[in-house]
Design a protein. Structure first.
Length: 232
């Protein structure tokens, strides 16, 4: 498994820079690709676009929306995914309440208030101790603005329509690690535990003093967890 290609999928409102703290160490053990999750329609189309550009076989990590896409990639091409890592994500479908809130934010974005929605999402996305970190807020909002409102709306539509991946968890037969921030309020630790319990042999790792944006809140700790996953 040495020099295994690694594919990382960012989350909603994220660019490749969300993995800036993890790519350098991962690059030492295998070629790293940050997938473009801006192409395709719905999780099926987005996953197909990522598979089109991915290596023939690879280790796959999905963060948040990237986790929903990772489940779809495993469904579409299970033979190509040799290892799986699920970071601050969920196997559950969207709830009616979450869908309603997403549609409200989509409407604001389409009305020219996208920066407002991106900024408003910050405090829910991080550990309470990090809510006042202005540079971290600027990074999160900046990534969202770089992707743009149109990408936000398309990705939210895909998230709303995503399938329930819980029934297929037991079919995943590759080494899997589930990573979650201990104060993730969007995809909380109990959701991570559900995935780890449903996948045979999966490991669950908790990142202390981190919320949903664990990769940039605690980059070194997440990098260490990822390195352990890749090295097995």
């Amino acid at each position: 498994m040495s020099n295994l290609p690694i594919v990382l999928i960012p989350g909603l409102n994220c660019t490749a820079s969300v993995f800036a703290g993890q790519v350098p160490p991962l690059w030492q053990v295998g070629p790293v690709t940050v997938a473009n999750h801006l192409e395709g329609e719905g999780v099926v189309g987005m996953a197909a676009a990522i598979l089109r550009d991915a290596p023939p076989a690879f280790a796959l990590l999905g963060f948040s929306l990237g986790g929903y896409l990772a489940f779809e990639i495993v469904r579409q091409a299970p033979e190509r995914v040799l290892k799986l890592c699920l970071l601050d994500t969920s196997a559950r479908p969207d709830t009616p309440d979450s869908t309603a809130k997403r549609r409200e934010r989509m409407a604001l974005a389409e009305a020219g208030r996208f920066a407002e929605t991106a900024d408003a999402a910050f405090e829910l996305s991080v550990h309470p101790d990090h809510a006042g970190r202005t540079k971290l807020r600027a990074q999160c909002v900046g990534m969202a603005l770089e992707n743009g409102a149109a990408a936000f709306v398309r990705q939210q539509q895909a998230i709303i329509a995503r399938p329930d991946s819980r029934p297929t968890l037991a079919q995943i037969r590759v080494p899997t690690t589930v990573i979650v921030g201990d104060k993730d309020a969007i995809t909380p630790p109990e959701v991570a535990r559900e995935m780890a319990d449903g996948i045979v042999g999966a490991r669950l790792l908790m990142i202390e003093r981190a919320g949903h944006m664990a990769a940039i809140e605690q980059p070194a700790a997440v990098a260490a967890a990822m390195m352990g996953w890749v090295r097995g």
